[in-house]
Design a protein around this ligand. Structure first.
Ligand code: SF4
Length: 346
């Protein structure tokens, strides 16, 4: 039977493992320190555990930290790392350095089942959920980990379609026995799955980002099939009920498509929909993907859209495009790698 990984276990789970294996209870904290605060390449490296206890751990578990298999570097410093997962699948993590911060965009699933029209990951289809360990590994195995200031769950997959493992990863990122990061440094993005959104908001203090992309029901349905199940109107009404004090933020992601969601009509509807919600809209240029008729709104018109929103009292900013020369749109690099390995299999 394949051994389980230690990396990705919560302190509570480590306590249970120690108890089952006959290790002292205090060893669970020592193991957590080795996993989340120090750098080791194998269980032998846990030098404050007795030799016997390390042997017992090795007999039952793998460490579970995996290096990246590929990296692409953009002229602007953005790096896209490819990590292998089980069954020769691949996930991406994009490292985005800026003057005052360095952000890692992590994946939460292999592929995605949500089928958004503009998304390469959606075109891959769903191939599996990542475990908490596989989510955390994107940070742990990042060569620039010490420079990292922020984490965003905006890579491959819909985080709230894998809520249990995402919440577990957030616990380990923010726990004092884990990575010890502030939840204010972490943002989870969702297309708006209301029951899972409620679970996330009740069980985490991390920021929330909502992928909105069109405020009109019929138009959003064409871009994002989830609109048929959880209309954005309901999602926003639900989010408005929450307490957004205590420095917790909600932001709105809005990819701009030429002629589809960039008119004054959309400005007015956005202002109506978001009225009363203390949030910021991030306007994002669309990165073209193969086999789609969608085009990005021109920068000049994006700036005009921003100004109209600001004029209506809605804080809107334009997100700078990063890494366009390295398949920056999420899902492109892993799709390419998947095709390459699949071809190799024949
Ligand atoms: S945009 Fe997000 S939710 Fe939609 S298909 Fe892509 S990864 Fe899935």
């Amino acid at each position: 039977m394949e051994k389980e990984n230690l990396f990705g276990k919560t302190l509570q789970e480590l306590k249970e493992i120690c108890s089952n294996l006959g290790l002292p209870s205090f060893a669970s904290r020592q193991i957590a320190e080795w996993l989340y605060k120090k750098d080791i390449s194998d269980i032998d490296g846990m030098s404050n555990l007795s030799l016997k206890n390390r042997e017992i751990l090795k007999e039952n578990f793998n460490l579970g930290i995996t290096a990246h298999s590929k990296v692409q570097v953009s002229a602007d410093g953005t790096k896209k790392y490819l990590f292998p997962t089980k069954n020769i699948k691949f996930i991406e993590a994009a490292y985005i350095p800026e003057t005052d911060r360095a952000t890692l965009c992590v994946s939460s699933q292999i592929g995605c089942k949500m089928g958004c029209l503009f998304c390469m990951t959606g075109k891959q289809g769903f191939q599996g959920n990542l475990t908490a360990g596989e989510i955390l590994n994107q940070v742990k195995a990042l060569p620039e980990r010490d420079k990292l200031t922020n984490i965003v769950y905006m890579g491959m997959g819909e985080p709230l379609d894998n809520t249990e493992e995402v919440l577990k990863s957030l616990e380990i990122f923010t726990a004092e026995w884990g990575f010890g990061m502030s939840p204010k440094r972490i943002t989870v993005s969702t297309i708006g799955i209301i029951p899972a959104l409620e679970t996330f908001l009740n069980n985490s203090d991390c920021h929330l980002a909502i992928s909105l992309h069109n405020p009109f029901d019929e138009e959003r349905k064409k871009l994002m099939p989830i609109q048929n199940v959880y209309p954005i109107e309901d999602v926003i009404q639900f989010v408005k009920k929450f307490d957004w004090a205590r420095q917790r933020r909600v932001s709105i992601e809005y990819i701009m498509f030429k002629g589809l969601n960039d008119t004054s009509r959309h400005v007015n509807q956005l202002a109506r929909l978001l009225n009363g919600l203390n949030c910021r809209i991030n306007l994002i240029r669309f990165h073209p993907i193969p086999d789609t008729p969608l085009e990005s709104t021109d920068l000049k018109d994006i700036l005009g859209f921003r100004d109209k929103l600001n004029g209506k009292g809605i804080t809107a900013t334009v997100r700078r495009s990063r890494g366009e020369d390295i398949y920056a749109a999420c899902g492109l690099l892993s799709t390419k790698e998947l095709i390459r390995t699949e071809k190799k299999d024949y």
